[in-house]
Design a protein around this ligand. Structure first.
Ligand SMILES: Nc1ncnc2c1ncn2[C@@H]1O[C@H](COP(=O)(O)OP(=O)(O)OP(=O)(O)O)[C@@H](O)[C@H]1O
Ligand SMILES: [Mg+2]
Length: 379
């Protein structure tokens, strides 16, 4: 609500008699009146009283009514200004309508005509108020709808992310437990140790999953630390080794031992690359035409960048799939995939100001390349 008063009318006329008659008539109609005898004084009263309706003579000595109308409309466009015109003022009256006067009434003032003009003014005020209220509630509704949509979207993302993590964790937990139990059966200490190691890795992945969830709940700033690229690549091998070995896939690594360090958020980048490696394993398993699969995992130091390449000889993708792989929830794995893996990977690599590309020959395999600047660009 603004602070204008819809019961107050400002009467502007240089003739005291006319002001008096108008004041009596309007008071009878239930209005409160304030008066001014010229345009200058009228504008002062207007600024003080802020009335919603102004009734002004069109011709006054020392500044005409049209000038006053323009000033008032400029100050508060929602003010309804009714012009009082004399005989022969038709041109002025028409001009006043151009400047958005509500109406004009002619002298001598007819009470019925005055009432009609004021009713119109009040109707416009009420309509404008209603329109403002509708607009406000519409805006409020839109805001609430957007908030709700955002909540739903992040909730969906969160649930997807959790199930995504769970799925992977259960698989590796199964693997670890299998090794422990078969080691026990065969009295094979090495096998049991291997199982324990896999279980430990699962714990590590739980940590990663929690990080993932946190990542969705609130996109946090990267926590960059200097990470030796070769050590980082080795840690990825450690993560994927149980899966590739378990399925008899050969993992051919070629890491540049002389590569320096990169300033990255190791936890996040690790999550991104594990997702790509896991996809490579999935793709190999789907390609039954080859008996022994191979994944080539290389890390190279290329000037300002560290480049990771993961190439598999799995089922590959057609160009349509290749274009969509980074899209949220895009998956061709049915219930086995959530379509979050590469979306997360892409986002993380993007946060590191790096790039990630996918290329493939359908039926022959796919190549994913991740380029990470060694140091973040200086802003
Ligand atoms: N190396 C690859 N070879 C062939 N297709 C791939 C490869 N990597 C990704 N894709 C395709 O891209 C899709 C999206 O991958 P993404 O990792 O985002 O999801 P997903 O693996 O299906 O599910 P998840 O969320 O469990 O990772 C996959 O479903 C698959 O069709
Ligand atoms: Mg995946």
């Amino acid at each position: 609500m603004d602070d204008t008063d819809d019961k107050t009318i400002l009467i502007v006329d240089d003739e005291p008699d006319i002001r008096e008659v108008l004041a009596i008539t309007l008071t009878d109609m239930g209005y409160r009146t304030v008066e001014a005898e010229n345009a200058t004084q009228a504008f002062e009263v207007f600024l003080n009283e802020n009335p919603r309706i102004v009734l002004t003579d069109i011709k006054m000595p020392g500044g005409d009514g049209i000038e006053l109308l323009r000033k008032i409309k400029h100050q508060n466009p929602e003010t309804e200004v009714v012009m009082i015109t004399g005989h022969g003022d038709m041109n002025l009256a028409i001009r006043s309508l151009k400047y958005e006067a509500t109406d004009f009434i002619t002298k001598p003032i007819n009470v019925d005509a005055l009432e009609i003009a004021l009713r119109r003014a009040r109707e416009k005020i009420v309509m404008r108020q209603k329109l403002q209220d509708y607009t406000r509630s519409l805006e409020q509704l839109l805001r609430e709808k957007t908030e709700l949509q955002d909540h739903l979207a992040s909730l969906g993302l969160m649930i997807g992310s959790i199930s995504h993590g769970m799925k992977g964790l259960l698989t590796s937990l199964d693997g670890g437990l299998y090794l422990v139990s078969s080691g026990l059966k065969k009295n094979d200490l090495e096998r049991m140790k291997e199982g324990c190691r896999a279980a430990r890795e699962t714990a590590e992945r739980i940590r990663k999953m929690v990080l993932d969830i946190l990542y969705y709940a609130k996109e946090r700033e990267l926590q960059r630390t200097p990470v030796p690229a070769a050590d980082f690549a080795e840690s990825l091998v450690g993560a994927i080794r149980p899966r590739v070995d378990g399925y008899g896939i050969r993992l051919a690594c070629n890491f540049d031992r002389t590569a320096g360090t990169m300033e990255v958020d190791a936890d996040y980048l690790y999550a991104a690359l594990v997702n790509i490696l896991e996809n490579a394993v999935d793709a190999c398993l789907k390609n039954r035409r080859i008996l022994t699969h191979q994944i080539d995992f290389t890390m190279a130091d290329q000037g300002d960048e560290i480049v990771f390449t993961i190439a598999d000889d799995g089922i590959g993708m057609d160009s349509d799939t290749c274009e969509k792989v980074f899209t949220l929830f895009y998956s061709t794995k049915g219930r086995k995939g959530t379509g979050l893996g590469l979306f997360i990977a892409n986002r993380i690599v993007g946060q590191h100001d790096g790039t990630i590309t996918a290329a493939s020959t359908p039926g022959k395999g796919a190549v994913f390349k991740v380029r990470i600047p060694k140091t973040p660009p200086q802003v």
